[in-house]
Design a protein around this ligand. Structure first.
Ligand SMILES: Cc1cc2nc3c(=O)[nH]c(=O)nc-3n(C[C@H](O)[C@H](O)[C@H](O)COP(=O)(O)OP(=O)(O)OC[C@H]3O[C@@H](n4cnc5c(N)ncnc54)[C@H](O)[C@@H]3O)c2cc1C
Length: 499
């Protein structure tokens, strides 16, 4: 049995941020995640570190949180934040009234803006629609959610935090009406562990209602699915937003070698509903093309979706719901945290930990805004071209991941899934989406004796199924040709069908 002061359920940005905050306040804790880190909305998001611009007119309180946290994260997380800046572009027909309200509210909240002529905007991003009428520059950035989670966990582990990934919480233990622990099932072996704690934090995002129910509580939530597409190369070095009220497909974010465009907003009941429809791909691609016309021709290499855990609201339209977060003290030892954004994860963690400190009668203050994230020294920085410095033994050509990086992860964490390597190195996250490098990484795992051949074939098959699910909704043109090549490699050369 594991005994800690606090049990955190969920290893998304919120849960990982809470683990770091508690570690810095000297509070013992155990984090339990049913998959790998960033397996929920965190890993399925746009990767936009908001300047606040997107919410500045509709939700100024959320915008104020975004700009404050944007400044903090640029300072403490240099190796997860690419300082791209962003442009809000106004196209013919977009309201000038909205533009005026946007500038006024940015000024009031202290969000730096610079109004640019079409010529200047096109100098900065030549792929923009030349019909644009003006652009407003803001301090939007691109952020790597996987790195962010891992780096928060470095601090937790260095100070004795217990981290259980691939463990699913299936039960909450109650004694005399209070939540005193959880039972978690290890995914591979199905063995059950009991973890005891004085407080339990429910940071399971879209799944939070399920966890609350295990404790006999309920939680007011609205779930909104958002779908995104990934392009086969980087079409812009800046974040591009449409200067209009938040709507479908109006953000493009550069992310290392590719761009992410999205999203949609569809109300769902089931947090596991991550299916992307061809209709959603069409909407996103069309709207993105109105800002960057090359979207009409570019190869879309994958689609994916995540479910936003929003505060419950009467409105069915997810975009009308505040992006503020809420902490619910169920007054039985369980605390839930829902809503918010990746951009504000640190603030969310701070407020949640303040509530825990109050419960424990402790006074140690939050230190997460001042200290740089630990573990960044080992990571290479931006831009991607810096990676060209170490071109030896490349395993993943798209993201320039070397064999020694993969070996280091294998030695350090003894991975059970290919995703464990991908999330820590970016292997397979570039244009080929793992088509050419996944079997190499599994080969290295076999060579190091960490995985028997039968197990790696099973993992490879599972990976191919998952990959195809993401590729299928965008399967036309050149991407269809590439998929046929990948199919020949796996069925023809590697004889996958016979395994
Ligand atoms: C499509 C989309 C785009 C977005 N884009 C942005 C953006 O660009 N910028 C931004 O700031 N925000 C963005 N957001 C919002 C942001 O992603 C989320 O607010 C944030 O990531 C939520 O993090 P979380 O840790 O609370 O939840 P999650 O990341 O969902 O983490 C919850 C975790 O709990 C785990 N879990 C669930 N049940 C159990 C269990 N029983 N036992 C153990 N573990 C369990 C899950 O596996 C998951 O990893 C976007 C959201 C979506 C859906």
């Amino acid at each position: 049995m594991i005994v800690k002061d606090v049990i955190i359920i969920g290893g998304g940005s919120t849960g990982c941020g809470i683990a770091r905050d508690l570690a810095l306040r000297g509070v013992s804790h155990c984090l339990i995640e049913k998959n790998d880190f960033a397996a929920g909305a965190t890993g399925a998001c746009h990767g936009l570190l908001h300047s606040g611009g997107r919410y500045v007119v509709s939700d100024p309180a959320a915008a104020a949180e975004c700009i404050a946290e944007n400044r903090i994260l640029r300072k403490i997380g240099r190796k997860c934040v690419e300082r791209t800046d962003g442009l809000f572009i106004r196209l013919p027909g977009d309201s000038k009234k909205y533009r005026d309200a946007f500038l006024k509210s940015c000024e009031r909240l202290g969000i730096e803006t610079e109004v640019l002529s079409p010529t200047r905007a096109l100098e900065l991003v030549p792929s923009l629609n030349p019909a644009l009428e003006e652009a407003v520059r803001v301090p939007d950035c691109s952020i790597d959610p996987f790195r962010l989670c891992m780096l928060n966990i470095v601090t937790s582990q260095a100070r004795g935090g217990e981290i259980l990934t691939h463990h699913e919480v299936i039960d909450i233990i109650k004694e005399r009406g209070r939540c005193v622990g959880v039972r978690a099932r290890e995914k591979l072996s199905s063995s059950i562990k009991e973890i005891r704690g004085k407080a339990i934090v429910n940071a399971t995002g879209a799944w939070a209602q399920r966890i609350a129910r295990l404790s006999g509580s309920s939680l007011p939530m609205t779930l909104s699915k958002g779908s995104l597409v990934v392009t086969n190369h980087r079409l812009s070095n800046m974040v591009i937003n449409r200067l209009r009220p938040p709507s479908d497909g109006d953000i493009i974010v550069p992310n290392e070698a590719v761009c992410l465009a999205g999203t949609t907003s569809v109300a769902v009941d089931d947090p596991d509903n991550m299916d992307v429809t061809a209709g959603e791909v069409e909407i996103v691609a069309r709207e993105a093309a109105s800002m960057v016309p090359e979207f009409e021709r570019v190869r879309l290499i994958r689609t994916y979706a995540g479910v936003r855990p929003l505060l419950h609201a009467a409105s069915e339209d997810g975009r009308q719901i505040s992006r503020n977060f809420q902490i619910i003290d169920h007054t039985n030892g369980l605390f839930s945290i829902i809503g918010g954004k990746l951009s504000t994860y640190r603030l969310m963690a701070e407020k949640l930990c303040d509530a825990i400190m109050k419960e424990f009668g402790l006074k140690t203050a939050c230190a997460t805004a001042e200290k740089p994230l630990e573990g960044q020294e080992e990571l290479r920085g931006y831009p991607l071209s810096k990676r060209l410095e170490s071109l030896k033994d490349i395993v993943c050509e798209c993201e320039l991941v070397s064999r020694s990086e993969v070996e280091r992860v294998i030695q350090r964490i003894n991975p059970k899934h290919i995703g464990d390597i991908q999330h820590r190195t970016r292997l397979g996250m570039g244009p080929c989406q793992g088509g050419f490098c996944t079997y190499r990484a599994l080969g290295i795992m076999q060579e190091t004796g960490k995985m028997p051949p039968e197990e790696s074939m099973h993992i490879l098959k599972e990976f191919l199924q998952r990959r195809f699910k993401g590729v299928r909704p965008a399967l036309w043109g050149d991407q269809l040709r590439e998929e046929q090549l990948i199919e020949y490699i796996y069925l023809g050369i590697l004889s996958m069908e016979s395994h």
